[in-house]
Design a protein around this ligand. Structure first.
Ligand code: ZN
Length: 333
């Protein structure tokens, strides 16, 4: 065989290998391999979640002012210099106080909050950093939606003016393939009840529990509608509010929801391919997160029979818990 023929055969082999290793796929097929991740950052008593999809970022709340430098460092360590959307679910300090840390490191595309003004120092400070980037606050309406990469973000609430900032929290749902996340802000029963009419739309794989697991949030009816397989409670250890409330924990237990908590487990990182879902935690992967759950209101669970059955049927597109993986720090059931 001549050198020329060898070169031609080598070239053809290379082409075949290239096609085998890098098959052409349409965007729809690529969605499952596209990276989607949510970091529930341990900010003590407060909320902060960093959502990543296809290289785009959304920060939902930023913890309290004392965590501003933590948020700055978190982004810096990951070289995240651009955040497509920042959402402050409401104006309370434990949600907006740390946002200056993010705005100090990263540029932001858009900023949402349930209000444009508040007389708290934390809110004014965040607004000042936004203004320095030439941005103002947009108050989204229920029904607004946008894409973060290939993930669909839908604003669910507020649908009516609620009582106080908590019940005016921005509540949103993120859908990525067959997996979905519902972020309840600090919504309490009043706001939960106001969106009960959404019905099936509330159903989500993961619930970011409202108001740090407080007792006046995460009611049975709401839980029944959301039917979350997993719940994340962002809460500070030994906080003065008694969060999470033992009754909320017992309701989650009754619903058969696996609970993860930042006070016990530190940073909680959730990844999904749109099908399987995996949680990695900083510490205490196998701790009993419901150890201080109260006796519950539905110990016979009769109330939850239809809920449990329909949840199984409707979440069939979410295959079984890949969290049974045995890596260190991975949550196992
Ligand atoms: Zn809060």
């Amino acid at each position: 065989m001549s050198d020329k023929n060898r070169r031609i055969i080598a070239f053809l082999l290379l082409m075949v290998l290239t096609v085998l290793l890098f098959p052409c796929k349409g965007y729809a097929q690529d969605i499952k391999s596209a990276p989607f991740q949510i970091d529930f950052i341990d900010v003590g008593q407060g909320d902060a979640a960093l959502v990543k999809c296809d290289g785009h970022y959304m920060l939902i709340d930023g913890g309290s002012a004392s965590k501003s430098s933590l948020i700055y460092s978190y982004l810096k360590a990951r070289s995240i210099r651009y955040i497509d959307v920042i959402i402050a679910t409401h104006e309370h300090e434990d949600h907006v106080g740390g946002l200056p840390g993010a705005l100090n490191y990263a540029n932001v595309g858009a900023a949402f909050c349930s209000v444009t003004d508040s007389d708290s120092k934390a809110f004014r400070n965040s607004k000042k950093y936004l203004a320095a980037q030439g941005k103002s606050i947009y108050v989204p309406k229920a029904g607004d939606s946008f894409y973060l990469g290939s993930a669909l973000v839908t604003i669910l609430a507020p649908v009516v003016a609620g009582t106080g900032p908590n019940n005016n929290s921005i509540v949103l749902k993120i859908a990525y393939g067959g997996v979905s996340f519902l972020f309840a802000g600090d919504a309490e029963w009043e706001e939960e009840n106001s969106i009960a009419g959404y019905g099936e739309l509330l159903r989500s794989t993961v619930l970011k529990v409202g108001h740090h697991g407080g007792g006046s949030s995460t009611g049975y009816q709401f839980l029944k509608a959301v039917a979350p397989r997993y719940a994340v409670i962002s809460v500070g250890a030994g906080n003065s509010y008694g969060h999470p409330d033992e009754n909320t924990l017992s309701r989650l237990r009754d619903a058969g929801t696996q609970v993860l908590r930042t006070d016990l487990q530190g940073d909680i990182v959730c990844t999904t391919d749109g099908n399987n879902i995996t949680f990695n935690v900083q510490r205490n992967a196998n701790i009993n997160t419901l150890a201080n759950a109260g006796p519950g209101q539905n110990q016979n669970k009769s109330y939850l029979v239809p809920f449990g059955n329909s949840a199984q049927n409707n979440q069939a597109s979410v295959p079984d818990r890949s969290v049974s993986d045995t890596r260190d720090n991975q949550v196992t059931r």
